[in-house]
Design a protein. Structure first.
Length: 84
C-alpha cells in the first residue's frame, strides 16, 4: 500500500507543480494550471485579489492544451471591488 501512497503524492505534486502565474497586477491575475485543479486556482486568485481589497471573478478560461501527459490551460481572473 505504501507504493500507491507514494504514487498518489507524486501525482498530486505534478498537478500542483504545473501551476504558474502568467501575469498579475491590481486589476487581475492569469494563471497557467493543470485542467484538473480549478478549485485551487480560484483560491489562488482569491488570495491575490484580496490583497487589494477585491474579489476574484473568472473572466476567461483558455482551451485545454496537452503538455506531456497533463492537460493545461490558462485561467484569467479580474479583481473587482467588493460591494458594501
Amino acid at each position: 500500500m505504501d507504493k500507491y501512497k507514494r504514487l498518489a503524492v507524486l501525482a498530486a505534486f505534478m498537478i500542483l507543480a504545473g501551476c504558474a502565474v502568467v501575469s498579475k497586477d491590481e486589476t487581475g491575475i492569469s494563471i497557467r494550471h493543470s485542467s484538473e485543479n480549478d478549485l485551487l486556482i480560484q483560491q489562488r486568485a482569491d488570495r491575490h485579489c484580496a490583497f487589494f481589497g477585491k474579489t476574484a471573478v473568472k473572466v476567461q478560461e483558455g482551451s485545454r492544451e496537452s503538455t506531456y501527459f497533463v492537460g493545461t490551460r490558462v485561467s484569467t481572473f479580474k479583481c473587482v471591488k467588493e460591494n458594501g
